[in-house]
Design a protein around this ligand. Sequence first.
Ligand SMILES: [Zn+2]
Ligand SMILES: [Zn+2]
Length: 349
Amino acid sequence: MATRRISVPETAVTRMKVAKISKPGAGFEIVEREIPEPGAGHVRIKVQACGICHSDVLTVEGAWPGIQYPRVPGHEVAGIIDEVGDGVSAWKKGQRAGVGWHGGHDNTCRECRRGDFRNCRNQKIAGISYDGGYQQYMVAPVEALVAIPESLSDVDAGPLLCAGITTYNALRHSGALPGDVVAVQGIGGLGHLGIQFANKFGYTVAAIGRGPENATLAKKLGATVYIDSQSENAADALQKLGGAKVILATAPNSKAMSQLIDGLGPNGKLMVIGATFDPIEVTPFQLISGSRTIQGWAAGTPADSEDTLRFAELSGVRPMVETYPLEKAAEAYARMMSGNAQFRVVLTM
Ligand SMILES: [Zn+2]
Ligand SMILES: [Zn+2]
């Protein structure tokens, strides 16, 4: 008897898992949603990995003005484009792409017209302005997309799109030259990448941590010197090295940052990337003597992210990660908040 081949209609996957915050402070909820369609100028990314950043607290606790709920956090996204909207020509289905902190710009404000997209007045942020990467599929505007080089894994690429670009871009714009003393305050999610980049940039790297336990790791990551700020005055220790040209302040601890200002050498700069709402304390005299400066730095554009990924690919800089499945988003987020993660927590889908 002849068997007839029955054609089974392809059952398209139409639902996806999402870790959402329904209101500030409510914590994570794992829910199912329809997979969204990308509109004009947008693509849909099948998310493979999404890093958890301390700034996700802005979404979880509602600290960003005007944020709308429910909201899905996540701005360290790595995945594959699986659908493109109308008018998208530069990105193709099947291409690897990511989204970092810079979630889009308007191309019309004064800063954009001058090419300063990083400071767009209407900048969008993934996971704050629209749903981010704590989900299986996300929709993103083309202005936010970052091409991911073949040799970088998704779990490595994700954290490089916020923690990585922030340290890389802040350092390369800091004015420090090869051989200069550059201090990296804090050995955590940002700091462990900052030490690696600073080493590859050819600086004399002073890593500053609290307690002796990170000394070996800091040296392994490329620090020339390790300063334990609990057992010695870190500013004095930096002055013994001639004073820092740049201190990259990564730990969100304003008091610790304030205590380091006297460790800056002439024309030294405190480069602030550890985000907190507490004030840094400094006297005018501290700034005037030696013409010191304090500057803040926020991530960068997708083009800067691509520079970061290519530099990481060339130099071997990689994040150290702990991975959790999306379903354990709450546990993973708590792990990040504990400060004990080694060093970046990444969700996998
Ligand atoms: Zn971030
Ligand atoms: Zn703009």
